[in-house]
Design a protein. Structure first.
Length: 202
């Protein structure tokens, strides 16, 4: 079990000890709180909570595989062998959002925007980052063009050079991102140290 999931397990145990069904003060998305509520209402222990999460993930993947895969047996094998099933035990919210988004892919291919958008919104109730997939619908449908390439370059530039502003904007959707530092991006000090180390004479 990953570190992220352990946080949600601890939160579930806390809610259970306080005899709460709805996590009023928690910062998790509403979809995660709903999963908490279902497991708590059924008086499940932590294991039962994880079973509920796994049931949602497996149902989404199995529905898509059985209905759309040309070789369901191979798809199920790859799902397990490549670690996709285990992923949601490491990143619980991300795993739930990804599983729900799988259901939106056929709607994307069929060009049904509103069905696609609704499923993305549902995935966003588990992890807000899934909402990014809604505007990408138009990129996927129109294919590669100067406009789409330019838009992606601008987006990547903003994320790379203005990560604090990106996290500040994300904080409007979920308060937990307000206090998260963009440690994945290199600071000017780090770049200077790297340059001095890499290009200094021996």
């Amino acid at each position: 079990m990953g570190a992220d999931t352990q946080v949600y397990v601890s939160r579930y145990e806390f809610l259970q000890s306080q005899l709460q069904i709805w996590d009023v003060r928690g910062s998790a998305e509403i979809g995660v709180k709903a999963v908490y509520a279902v497991a708590l209402a059924l008086q499940f222990e932590v294991t039962g909570f994880l079973v509920v999460v796994s049931a949602i993930v497996v149902a989404c993947y199995f529905h898509s595989i059985i209905r759309y895969s040309a070789n369901p047996a191979l798809s199920l094998f790859l799902l397990i062998a490549l670690g996709f099933f285990l992923f949601h035990m490491n990143g619980l919210r991300q795993g739930l959002a990804a599983a729900v988004f799988i259901l939106a892919v056929p709607q994307l291919l069929r060009g049904k925007f509103w069905h696609y958008a609704l499923l993305c919104l549902l995935a966003g109730t588990f992890h807000v980052s899934a909402l990014v997939m809604i505007p990408l619908y138009f990129v996927f449908r129109r294919g590669v063009s100067p406009l789409t390439v330019g838009s992606m370059i601008i987006a990547c530039t903003l994320i790379t050079f203005f990560p604090e502003d990106v996290f500040r904007f994300a904080g409007l959707l979920n308060e937990r991102y307000e206090t998260r530092k963009p440690t994945l991006f290199l600071s000017n000090k780090t770049l200077d140290e790297f340059s001095s180390y890499s290009f200094s004479p021996n």
